[in-house]
Design a protein around this ligand. Structure first.
Ligand code: DHB
Ligand code: FE
Length: 280
């Protein structure tokens, strides 16, 4: 049977991808950020999954404002890096797992979650930057990836508790697939940041750190936090953090903390990066 072994959270700031793609890792500003992922790159070599369920948000790259699915699942064999205005990132094509994705769609939809089935889609920095942070710059990504896009761009985004419940449904779906697959789930984006308006540049480190504490030890309670608190405390783009609750919902109630990294600044955001191992 397939099983979820670990969860990862990571930032997806596009400037991280640009720093890698333009060989800027030697600059002290970026070196401090990437140092927080040195451990992770070694850890994942020893704990290489077959498939990553990558929960992320599209930033009006694949979906224009014409059609915005609340939750989707990428069922294609492959996904091309999106052109976000200055050409696609020079990263490998993302290989999917169509058979497994179709199974997950069937199981999760029959658990009453209406995922949008996506058979063709380009993937933007929300998905490719997390891959770069964990795997560096390989010729091919070493894992299959099933993209799970979540709307946190156009109001209203899904609630934290809905996201947490989706994580639980995904776990059930994974465990009912009758092939031996080592699966990780990644929740990306965050932490506090606001990119526009009078509060642009907002960072709230005490709130972020508390969010991490609660994500680890009392996620069910954390999932009840309303949108208004995210926006007030973590800024308008801090709402990306609801995606971390999908990851956490897919893990067991008790998890082993393997790695914790928090850093400000990286572009306009606070970076939070966690590795949590599932207690089966
Ligand atoms: C930044 C952060 C994001 O989450 C994003 O999607 C784009 C930019 C930033 O901090 O620059
Ligand atoms: Fe973002």
């Amino acid at each position: 049977m397939a099983r979820i072994t670990a969860g990862v959270t990571t930032s997806h700031v596009p400037a991280l991808g640009a720093a890698l793609d333009n060989n800027k890792l030697g600059e002290p500003y970026w070196a401090r950020v990437f140092a927080g992922y040195d451990f992770s790159k070694e850890w994942i070599k020893k704990n290489m999954p077959d498939v990553v369920l990558l929960v992320y948000n599209d930033h009006a790259s694949a979906f224009s404002l014409d059609i915005v699915p609340t939750f989707g699942i990428g069922c294609a064999d492959s996904f091309q890096p999106a052109d976000e205005g200055w050409g696609p990132r020079p990263v490998p094509v993302v290989k999917g797992h169509a058979e497994f994705a179709a199974h997950l769609a069937q199981s999760v939809i029959q658990q009453d979650f209406d995922l949008t089935i996506i058979n063709k889609m380009d993937v933007d920095h929300g998905l490719t930057v997390p891959l770069s942070m964990m795997f560096g710059q390989p010729d091919a990504w070493p894992v299959r990836v099933i993209p799970i896009p979540v709307n946190v761009v156009l109001f209203p985004p899904p609630s934290g508790s809905r996201c947490f419940a989706l994580g639980k449904a995904l776990r059930k779906a994974v465990e009912s697939f009758d092939q031996d697959l080592n699966v990780q789930i990644w929740g990306t984006g965050g932490m506090s940041h606001q990119l526009q308006g009078t509060r642009a540049g907002l960072i709230n480190s005490p709130w972020d750190q508390k969010f991490i504490d609660r994500l680890i030890s009392e996620p069910e309670e954390l999932a009840k936090v309303p949108h208004l608190e995210y926006v007030r405390e973590a800024g308008s783009e801090g709402i990306e953090l609801v995606m971390w609750l999908i990851m956490r919902g897919a893990l067991s109630s008790k998890v082993n903390l393997v790695h914790r990294f928090y850093h400000v600044p990286a572009s306009n955001t606070a970076i939070g990066h966690l590795i949590l191992e599932n207690q089966q």
